[in-house]
Design a protein around this ligand. Structure first.
Ligand code: GRF
Length: 198
């Protein structure tokens, strides 16, 4: 049975586009909704143009009350009946209550070679450490931030002239290859880690 995918984002949504563009033909999943906590997110406009259902759940009225925000997320998702949630640049932390509810059914892409550099500013941190290798990771989402079983990684060699911006751009290209490849496998029930070289 084709899996129904919800994609959460907060920004431009280039990873969401890569996922959507891959979900055709024999792909075991299809996008059913794109959800953002920001109405102005570029990804929302693009999804609407594609005829994909969209939902906006602004986090600001829920300030300090994550369970209430997550209840609103669940309400917005319910009519779309997703099987899988893909976090794609969704810049809100989710509580254990929400991640437990979606355990084994929610995945994320993070711009570092986890377990290195959980959280923000991953490219600058990799440069500061003098890392020779950097990249991105797709993983199952658990209650701990940027943790959970790894479904795939793509790596590249850091160049001497790299800045945080050039690294971010090069890693983003890898993200667009890795995330669709991992979702294809995950939706088909294959959780063996996929390792790509940039
Ligand atoms: C990506 O680097 C993703 O790994 C990170 O946020 C960025 C989102 O970019 N979590 P986009 O919105 O998919 O273009």
């Amino acid at each position: 049975m084709t899996k129904r995918v919800a994609i959460f984002l907060s920004g431009g949504g280039s990873n969401m586009r890569a996922l959507v563009e891959d979900m055709t033909g024999d792909h075991p999943a299809r996008p059913v909704v794109v959800l953002s906590n920001k109405a102005e997110a570029g990804g929302i406009a693009w999804a609407r143009e594609q005829g994909i259902a969209t939902e906006v759940v602004d986090h600001r009225p829920f300030k300090g009350d994550r369970p209430a925000f997550e209840a609103a997320l669940s309400d917005a998702l319910a009519p779309h009946a997703p099987d899988i949630i893909c976090l794609a640049g969704f810049m809100r932390q989710l509580t254990g209550s929400f991640t437990d509810q979606w355990a084994g059914r929610m995945i994320n892409i993070h711009p570092s070679l986890l377990p290195k550099y959980k959280g923000l500013h991953t490219h600058a941190r990799a440069l500061d450490e003098g890392d020779a290798l950097h990249g991105c990771t797709v993983h199952e989402v658990t209650a701990a931030l940027d943790d959970g079983p790894i479904l795939g990684q793509a790596q590249l060699t850091v160049d001497p002239g790299d800045t945080a911006d050039t690294l971010a751009a090069r890693v983003l290209e890898l993200e667009h290859q890795l995330y669709p490849a991992c979702l294809r496998r995950f939706a088909a029930g294959d959780r063996r880690p996929l390792m790509l070289q940039g």
